[in-house]
Write a protein that binds this ligand. Structure first.
Ligand code: AMP
Ligand code: ZN
Length: 431
């Protein structure tokens, strides 16, 4: 399926374990020597870097999380002298302050390689033209795709996000074969292509979607509308360089991730213990060669599971499933814990609605209310709205035990986004 791989290395399990052990020992020494916060953390856990003898010792290491990044603002967990830093990137933190991550030149090179591996997995060639329709500047997305695209040798069209007219003009004039964007942006573009009747003037074959979860329905809609050969989910986060910690392969059965560059553990977010192989939990990442800001057991809050079988594509790098959402996205509604992804999954069962949805929460007379707006599929009649709303509501009630009001909207009426879609609007504290 894949021949003559240039960027993706092939390791046996033994080789990979040896790289991981050496990388972990290096990271512990490096962080211990270079960063006071890490030294304190490891000292408090009664651990000195020399104690680390086998990979299974990883569970004895303390966790790091977003609080450590907040405490160290503006340059948290910096483990090299400042003159070795060549760049920073940032993402909006949930705590209000930005998470700023610092990179050495070696970090940039590692990231460049990771991203080039992604383009290789997506089976691009130097003949491909890649429209990069994600944020540039402080954000990692644009920089990451661009670095990787150039290193891989394809042609980068660095448009950035937004400006639909501009995106469409490039799609028809430069005829990119691949676009990198959020799934929300891809949906908006695909709708716009149809609206303007441009289907025959574009040459897109592939889309790489990142930065937010998307449902299979959303993806099929985009693939069908744009007549794509493939689309790929790309995971990543600013803390771990940026986009490109892995990618789906041509078999589309989960994402291969770069286990020679970081170790992925899945833990139970309540007990903090590893979950049994293949079960869903929180992704915890330990980097193996990151210099500027190494991560030791960093709690990402992303929920996912590792896929344990080998992949039919033949690539041996391990795989994880798609990211289901973030543990901090959990809604507590009348005492029930709900993830937006659970609602999205139920909505997927209904063929008469599109992939788009928005959840509104408010409080009336001290009680929580949930309204879910969904869109009727194009060409579907509104005559059945009432019955359909009742069916959806009943299904949600039976599956997650909550009462909801379902509102059917006309196709295209829910807000569209050129970045990450906001699926939940919680106004309970304002009402
Ligand atoms: P940022 O650091 O701003 O790039 O945001 C990273 C976060 O975006 C991750 O922790 C995930 O919660 C989310 N994310 C990134 N890529 C994906 C993806 N492919 N699927 C689902 N969520 C994603
Ligand atoms: Zn594969």
């Amino acid at each position: 399926m894949y021949n003559n791989l240039r960027f993706i290395p092939e390791f046996s399990i033994d080789e990979l374990e040896s790289i991981q052990l050496k990388g972990l020992q290096w990271t512990l020494n490096h962080a211990y020597k270079g960063c006071m916060a890490y030294r304190d953390k490891l000292d408090q856990a009664g651990f000195s870097p020399g104690d680390f003898k086998t990979l299974s010792d990883i569970v004895k290491l303390p966790f790091t999380d977003v609080e450590d990044l907040r405490l160290g603002y503006p340059l948290p967990l910096l483990s090299v002298p400042q003159e070795d830093i060549v760049r920073i990137h940032a993402s909006s933190g949930t705590t209000g302050k930005r998470k700023i991550l610092a990179y050495t030149q070696n970090d940039i090179n590692t990231w460049k390689n990771m991203m080039a591996r992604c383009f290789e997995l997506a089976d691009l060639t130097p003949m491909d033209r890649v429209q990069i329709a994600v944020g540039y500047g402080l954000w990692t997305a644009g920089a990451g795709f661009q670095l990787g695209c150039e290193h891989f040798g394809a042609m980068a069209l660095p448009l950035g996000p937004g400006n639909l007219d501009f995106q469409l003009q490039f799609l028809t004039d430069l005829k990119p074969t691949c676009i990198c964007s959020t799934a929300s942006m891809a949906l908006l573009l695909s709708e716009q292509v149809v609206k303007m009747g441009l289907e025959d003037q574009i040459a897109l074959k592939k889309i790489i979607f990142g930065a937010e979860p998307h449902t299979p329905k959303m993806r099929q809609t985009i693939e069908k509308t744009l007549n794509l050969e493939h689309s790929f989910d790309i995971p990543g986060m600013t803390e771990v360089y940026g986009p490109g910690t892995g990618l789906e392969c041509l078999k589309h059965q989960g994402m291969h991730y770069w286990a020679d560059i970081f170790i992925l553990e899945i833990i139970d977010p309540l007990t903090l213990q590893p979950v049994p192989a293949g079960e869903t939990g929180e992704m915890v990442i330990t980097t193996l060669c990151k210099e500027g800001v190494p991560l030791i057991r960093y709690r990402t809050r992303d929920l996912c599971r590792i896929l344990t079988e080998s992949c039919p594509c033949g690539i041996k790098m391990p795989r994880h499933d798609r990211i289901l959402g973030r543990s901090d996205d959990m809604i507590i509604f009348r005492g029930v814990n709900i993830y937006p992804g659970q609602i999205a999954e139920i909505l997927e069962e209904f063929n008469d609605i599109s992939s788009e949805y928005q959840i509104n929460l408010n409080r009336q007379k001290g009680l929580d209310f949930m309204k879910i707006s969904v869109e009727r599929k194009v060409n579907a009649s509104s005559d059945n709205d009432e019955k359909l709303a009742q069916r959806i509501s009943a299904r949600i009630r039976s599956k997650i035990m909550v009462r909801t009001e379902i509102v059917l909207a006309d196709p295209g009426k829910l807000p569209r986004s050129m970045g990450k879609s906001r699926r939940v609007i919680d106004e309970r504290n304002n009402t």
